[in-house]
Design a protein around this ligand. Structure first.
Ligand SMILES: *[C@@H]1O[C@H](CO)[C@@H](O)[C@H](O)[C@H]1NC(C)=O
Ligand SMILES: *[C@@H]1O[C@H](CO)[C@@H](O)[C@H](O)[C@H]1NC(C)=O
Ligand SMILES: *[C@@H]1O[C@H](CO)[C@@H](O)[C@H](O)[C@H]1NC(C)=O
Ligand SMILES: *[C@@H]1O[C@H](CO)[C@@H](O)[C@H](O)[C@H]1NC(C)=O
Length: 150
């Protein structure tokens, strides 16, 4: 329910920005988007596969790591902790092209599942790839030329 209304709100923002651009008005910097990449979602307290929101109770207090690598080089890393309902949100400033985020990033939860349900395994990780929720969530702040260091 809360997720759905957030999505509606985001879509409202996207429509508002799109109509400003379509009207030919000078492009304005959207004031509330401070990060290039926002990753948000739900971590289930269960050990199934391809689990969806609501398929299990939320995993409260789980540390969610965002890991983005390319041929072993770390492109981006960030952590967030889930709230009491298993939801998390992280915002990261990055120079990684948004189009490559879904292809190079993975979410890893190393907090043992046994900490949310004692009948579940005490080791192992939950992992998930990423997909684009709303295109405007990925937003470049602006590119700058940076001279190579000597
Ligand atoms: C995320 O958490 C892991 C495990 O606690 C830690 O090793 C890593 O350095 C953290 N990364 C960031 C970007 O904070
Ligand atoms: C990203 O950068 C902007 C502008 O420098 C800053 O206002 C914002 O707080 C940063 N966001 C994060 C998550 O670091
Ligand atoms: C704990 O996990 C077991 C096994 O998956 C499940 O049957 C049980 O309903 C779970 N308990 C809670 C409180 O979610
Ligand atoms: C999930 O956890 C339950 C309870 O510990 C276990 O019986 C089951 O084999 C586990 N399933 C997988 C796929 O690991």
């Amino acid at each position: 329910m809360a997720m759905a209304s957030k999505t509606v709100l985001l879509l409202g923002i996207v429509v508002a920005v799109a109509s400003v651009l379509a009207s030919g008005a000078p492009p304005v910097q959207p004031p509330r988007i401070q990060a290039d990449v926002v990753v948000m979602g739900f971590v289930p307290c269960n050990n199934g596969t391809s689990m969806r929101t609501g398929s299990a109770p939320g995993f409260a207090g789980a540390v969610v790591q965002l890991r983005c690598t390319d041929d072993g080089a770390v492109l981006l890393a960030a952590n967030a902790t889930t709230d009491g309902k298993g939801r998390f949100r992280m915002a990261v400033n990055t120079t990684v092209a948004p189009s490559s985020v879904a292809g190079h990033c993975e979410l890893v939860v190393g907090t043992p599942l046994a900490s949310c349900n004692a009948t579940l395994p005490t080791s192992g990780t939950l992992r998930s790839g990423l997909r684009l929720l709303v295109s405007m969530v990925f937003f470049p702040r602006g590119f700058s030329y940076v001279a190579p260091s000597v």
